[in-house]
Design a protein around this ligand. Structure first.
Ligand code: GTP
Ligand code: MG
Length: 440
């Protein structure tokens, strides 16, 4: 577990909330003080700590508890919200064919991270090549070559070449067949103009879509300064925070990076190629708080928001319109809520074929999205017009089987029929209206 002591302290604060007889001003203030101490100990910047703890206190005391959750859950939700703010949203690396360039000063974990990211992408089915562009450190070539051997990735390098820009240009010409190329670069003792100039030139010839800063989280709040400086110099697309395993200053590193424009993509949690985690703040904060059921709680609260969206769709349906897009929105809402039941109660739509489980639903929804992206506006509005030649074109455009397009259309027709059925049955219609609190 990363940030163990922060996690322990936050868990204790949560326990306290759970044990409170009632949530009042004094008890909230006490819990907020605990959280304050915990964040400060984890190296989060004092000003930031004061800002979030003030927010937590203010919101807990003034916001109305949404329907469906109790006051205790409400406080936990606010705490969660604010912690996510502190840690930053994070960004996920696209799983596409691409070039990724790693930058950073000495010893931050660039070379190790090159292998870790490669391994991560290999597991997603991509062919990865590692390119060694560090012409400064004598051991760099062997280090990356050895790591590449360990994970079964191709390695490109030249021990003799001293000009990294020329080297990158030449090596990239040999790497045609790889999906992803990860370029390891050299560091310096600190951020020097010489390093920035070299990185700019490598970026120019290498044209990497991703430029990731590798920064050691034991640097604490200085990580944010690094992120800011590199971002201004070469436009970072993300940050990898390494050595989060057992780093007491991880909170400082995370929060200080979150305050810059750069987003955290991965955290490194050890020396081995497998010791890497994608950074997703919902998951991260849930782990910190040690709440397995936090997601359920959040969903419960989210439900009230999603209900609004569901109502919108329902209103459209009432007006007699039900397009493919409405169906897709509907499915997406269902996915987000994580529970089919509630919305199924609410709307007469067959959101997914019965035999499909949650994971398959995700995949199916993704596929439907791709298919719908290949449709014209007219087709989305009036799916009736989609006959076999259009199916063929759409399948081709989306890179799926014609059967998949047909499945989507069947799904749509079934949903539409269900909607129509309810709409033409006065009693069912009334019941639905009532459920939605609509006046007819
Ligand atoms: N515990 C731990 N150690 C790490 C992690 N990432 C890297 N290291 C270690 O940190 C040290 C430096 O890592 P490198 O990958 O060589 O760093 P670099 O940025 O390439 O360094 P230079 O090439 O000298 O600029 C090595 O001993 C790594 O094993 C991590 O996430 N956790
Ligand atoms: Mg290195």
């Amino acid at each position: 577990m990363v940030l163990e002591s922060l996690s322990d302290a936050l868990r204790n604060a949560l326990k306290k909330i759970a044990l409170l007889g009632r949530i009042d001003e004094a008890s909230i203030k006490e819990v907020v003080r605990d959280i304050q101490r915990a964040l400060l100990k984890a190296d989060v910047n004092v000003k930031l700590v004061l800002r979030v703890t003030n927010n937590i206190e203010k919101r807990a005391l003034s916001e109305k508890v949404p329907p469906g959750i109790n006051p205790r859950e409400h406080v936990i939700r606010i705490l969660y919200d604010e912690l996510v703010q502190v840690m930053g949203q994070g960004r996920s690396l696209p799983l596409d064919k691409q070039r990724i360039m790693l930058v950073g000063i000495y010893g931050q974990g660039k070379t190790t991270s090159a292998a870790k990211i490669a391994r991560f992408l290999q597991k997603k089915g991509l062919k990865v090549g590692l390119v060694q562009a560090d012409t400064h450190r004598p051991g760099a070539y062997d280090q990356l070559k050895q790591l590449a051997g360990q994970i079964g990735a191709s390695f490109y390098g030249d021990k003799e070449e001293k000009n990294s820009v020329k080297l990158v240009k030449r090596l990239l010409a040999q790497t045609e067949k790889k999906d992803v190329l990860i370029i390891d670069t050299s560091g310096r003792h600190r951020l020097e103009k010489d390093l920035i100039d070299e990185m700019k030139s490598i970026a120019e010839v290498g044209k990497p879509g991703e430029r990731l800063l590798i920064v050691d989280s034991t640097m604490g709040q200085a990580a944010g300064e690094q992120a800011k400086a590199f971002h201004e110099a070469i436009g970072l697309t993300g940050v990898v925070l390494t050595k989060m395993d057992g780093s007491a200053k991880g909170g400082g590193a995370l929060s200080s990076v979150a305050e810059t424009e750069a987003q955290i993509v991965f955290v490194g949690t050890g020396e081995k190629p497998d010791d890497i985690e994608i950074f997703d703040s919902t998951r991260f904060v849930s782990q910190l708080l040690g709440m397995g059921d936090l997601r359920t709680l959040l969903e419960k609260a989210q439900e009230t928001t999603d209900m609004g969206k569901a109502e919108e769709t329902a209103k459209k349906i009432m007006s007699g319109k039900f397009t493919l897009r409405d169906m897709y929105d509907q499915m997406e809402t269902v996915m987000k809520m994580g529970s089919l039941k509630r919305i199924m109660d609410l709307l007469p739509i067959k959101a997914f074929p019965k035999e499909v489980d949650a994971e398959q639903s995700q995949a199916l929804l993704k596929k439907f999205k791709v298919i719908m992206d290949s449709m014209t506006e007219a087709e989305l509005e009036e799916p009736k017009i989609i006959k076999s030649s259009r199916i063929k074109r759409i399948a081709g455009g989306a890179g799926v089987k014609e059967e998949d397009v047909k499945l989507l259309l069947r799904q749509y027709n079934a949903s539409k029929k269900a909607v129509k059925g309810v709409m033409s049955n006065r009693r069912a219609r009334k019941a639905l209206m009532k459920q939605l609190n609509f006046e007819e």
